[in-house]
Structures are given as structure tokens and as C-alpha cells.
Design a protein around this ligand. Structure first.
Ligand code: C5J
Length: 240
């Protein structure tokens, strides 16, 4: 049975059609905005990526985070990484890429992708506030091996605004996991990023294609307006 219409719902312009959400039943999920992915010498950089490809989302995501807090949305931050003894790191993940400096190796920001290390933590600009959930996840998806689903169901959350990095890896995996669990996902295109422009663009297209097979793609400006923190603007959604 479809859920009862919510009188507090707002409509956010999106592809393939307007996304309806209610602040009381929506969570902002910020995926892996960690130094290890965004700073030079972290995991992302050691994989050969240009980390500056990710920095453009920090400012709009910061604004969205402020608006979400002001509107009372549940906020969830995630961090990809492993226990110091790496008992939760699958050997296949560790071996992948045949890296000279694999996960767990010492680096300028501490041991790579290891919990408690400087590089593993979230960048200052998007630091979690008191009371906001911070989920440590060993995989790419945010539902795998975490208590996210339990927390969302207990809080009666139906919709997720999914942001962070990278578009085609942890963001996409999370959107797919959420979709299969019955959550509605909105992805603001200017608050997700990839080291690869083409993967970012096609990743967004894949979410909204076929009538929104995984969810909706829109812009943070329209979300801000819907949350009462800005005026509606005519936006072009890159990649959607
Ligand atoms: C990756 C992530 N790309 N957060 N992790 O390995 O997308």
C-alpha cells in the first residue's frame, strides 16, 4: 500500500520529475567526505586520482548541511575505513589494485583508511555536529555492515538526500542499497563528485533514467529553496 500523503511535503524540481519530501521523514546522508579521499597523499591520491576533482562540492554541501540542520533533518555522516587490526578488511579489498601503499600503510595523514587516523576523519568544513550520527563502514555501501537501516526505520525516515563522494562508487552503491530497501533517494548533482567527469555524469544519468529507476537527481539550490533557505532558481542539472 502506498504511504499516506504527507501535508508537510514539499516538491523539489528534479529529473525525472519533482521529488516530494517531508523534512520530518527525510535524512541528509553525507558520504565519506574524509581527508583520505579529499586531501593529497590520502587513499584517493595514492590510487592515482586528482583529488581536486572533489573539492568543488565542499561549499554547496556545507550550505546544504546548514540548511538541513536548520530545518531539523536527521543528518548522517559516513566514513569508509577499517579497524586498526584490519580484521574487517576483506583480503580481496586489500589486494585490489596491487598498490605499493595499500590500506593500512603509514602515510602523511596516518595509516591509510584506518579508523582513528587523521586521514580517516571528515574534513573540518563538514565536521559532524553533536548528536549527528557518524557511521563507520568497511565497504562502499552505507547499509552494508552498519546499523543505518535500523536507525532510519526507528526515526521513520522515508527519503534520503544522498551526497558526498564518489558519485559512481560509494554514493551509487548507497543509493542502490537504499532503493532496494524502499527508501526514496534524491541526489543533488552539485553535492556529489567523482575523480572522473564521465563516471559522475553517467552515474547521475543512471539514477534518474527509466523513470527514476534508483531515484531523483536535482540541485542543492532547489533543495535549499524547498527547505526554506533560499529562493527557487532555474537550474541546469549537470549529467542528468
Ligand atoms: C572509493 C568512495 N571511491 N567513498 N570510496 O573507494 O567512493
Amino acid at each position: 500500500m502506498p504511504p499516506e500523503p504527507d501535508p508537510a511535503a514539499v516538491a523539489v524540481p528534479a529529473v525525472p520529475y519533482a521529488f516530494e519530501m517531508s523534512p520530518a521523514t527525510t535524512a541528509l546522508v553525507i558520504i565519506d567526505m574524509q581527508r583520505d579521499f579529499l586531501l593529497p597523499c590520502g587513499f584517493g591520491a595514492l590510487l592515482g586520482n586528482d583529488v581536486t576533482m572533489l573539492t568543488s562540492i565542499v561549499e554547496p554541501l556545507g550550505e546544504l548541511l546548514g540548511a538541513a540542520r536548520a530545518a531539523g533533518l536527521m543528518v548522517v555522516h559516513t566514513r569508509e575505513g577499517h579497524r586498526p587490526d584490519m580484521a574487517d578488511c576483506p583480503p580481496a579489498k586489500l589486494a585490489r589494485g596491487r598498490l605499493d601503499t595499500p590500506i593500512g600503510s603509514p602515510g602523511p595523514n596516518g595509516r591509510i583508511l584506518i579508523r582513528g587516523e587523521f586521514g580517516h576523519d571528515i574534513i573540518e568544513e563538514l565536521a559532524p555536529a553533536d548528536g549527528e550520527a557518524v557511521l563507520d563502514k568497511p565497504g562502499k555501501g552505507t547499509f552494508y555492515a552498519t546499523d543505518l537501516e535500523l536507525m532510519l526505520r526507528n526515526a521513520q525516515i522515508r527519503s534520503l538526500i544522498v551526497t558526498g563522494v564518489t558519485t559512481e562508487v560509494c554514493v551509487h552503491t548507497t543509493v542502490r542499497e537504499a532503493n532496494d530497501r524502499g527508501f526514496e533517494c534524491f541526489v543533488p548533482a552539485d553535492c556529489v563528485a567523482s575523480y572522473f567527469t564521465e563516471f559522475h555524469e553517467v552515474g547521475l544519468k543512471m539514477i534518474a533514467a527509466q523513470g527514476g529507476i534508483f531515484g531523483w537527481v536535482g540541485s542543492s539550490l532547489d533543495l535549499l529553496a524547498a527547505l526554506g533557505a533560499g529562493r527557487p532558481v532555474l537550474t541546469t542539472i549537470q549529467g542528468a
